[in-house]
Design a protein around this ligand. Sequence first.
Ligand code: CMC
Length: 451
Amino acid sequence: MTDSTTAAPAPRTDPVAADGSGAAGSGRDSLTVTDNRTGQTYELEITDGTIRAADLKQISVGGQGLATYDPGFVNTASTRSAVTYIDGDAGILEYRGYPIEQLAEHSTFLEVAYLLLNGELPTQPELDAFTHDVTIHTFLHENVRQLMQGFRYDAHPMGMLMSSVSALSTFYPDANQISDPENRKRQITRLIAKMPTLGAWAFRHNQGKPYVYPDNRLSYVENFLAMLFKMSEPTYEADPRLVKALDVLLILHADHEQNCSTNAVRSVGSSQVDPYSAIAAGIGALYGPLHGGANESVLKMLRRIGTVDNIPGFIEGVKAGKEKLMGFGHRVYKNFDPRATIIKKACDDVFEVTGVNPLLEIAQQLEKIALEDEYFVKRKLYPNVDFYSGLIYEALQFPPEMFTVLFAIGRTPGWLAQWSELVQDKEQKIARPKQIYTGYRTRDFVPMTER
Ligand code: CMC
């Protein structure tokens, strides 16, 4: 794993000079701010298109330094990162500089995982070694099996995944040695290797079927499919077109810079806890319907709409604010989601094998109508990665509850690359946002009889 860390530029916050240097048009990379409460002027350094929030503290009245208020971090950078680049307006997504379209076409999930974690594409011997390491770590301790068997028959697989990943920290207590690069590498390999086993066992648990042990003769995706669907046949043989489609889906989900779940991983990881606990936090964040849980919600929504005739009524409800069109909209992409474009193509490949999903017609009509409707156009709402992925997952015989598990397996290398970067970033501190307190100030306790 790379150990490179970007050196932090020294903050500089000189008050503006009396001669006016630093004023408009001086060409300096700085921002001049006048506090109208005091008439005092400050000059704040601009680096990489940002000012440092801590530099605002010096702007103070009565000892109360200025801060920013940014619920949902809509305009706040929390880190410097070299993992993933997104240009939301241009629909660009790159892992370590490689366009997602090229990776989806030419690479494999494990190669992309190596790239995210190490910063460079592997040579053949490097990829072989990485693949071997991942393959020999796919088995779980037998007690994990018992742990999973303790869940109710209808437990949501994301809940099972989150709990079992968290439990892994108790099986590998040395994982808290996070400043040891070799130790980090070992835990990273384990997590990437064991996620499909945990995901598949959660699925089998819901189905009341025996858990299937990994078959290390198979590739990463083939092995996952075997653990999901194998019954009495000696070897499970998956259609190579479906294996390729699932591999592409995992690549498309592998990282997405500072999204909700990655932020959760980084935030929890900033306390210097072990990676299993940090990744469990990411799985929890991903579970929500506004994030990775959206693909499950899309399928449920399409089923509820039922027929093309019901689409206009449904769209009117969305425009009236009764509900959201799930699978549409994105905090970053305001033009198109490049992952959605690739998934649409993968849909065709999968449906060639499985037959067309009857919900596809509803999805296509919904997209057509939404893309022409003023409400969606004005708000720049386009299909995101989750709009079509659910249709593929369903064609591959996954129930909707499993969709987000697939997302989590794909996102694991990204979470770990970001966690690794965090751990090595000397500028990072424990995450601890400020608040604007809106409650009561000091008041005397009221005895029960007087309330
Ligand atoms: N359907 C209807 N209206 C929407 C939708 C939608 N899917 N998404 C946003 N809007 C409206 C929203 O009501 C608001 O309208 P107004 O300006 O009148 O108040 C406007 O568009 C801006 O939306 P926002 O909620 O301020 O945007 P955001 O950046 O905070 O939220 C989002 C982004 C993805 C959470 C949101 O678009 C959404 O809830 N989409 C549906 C859930 C979904 O598909 N999530 C998967 C995201 S992609 C996978 C991932 O990376 O997690």
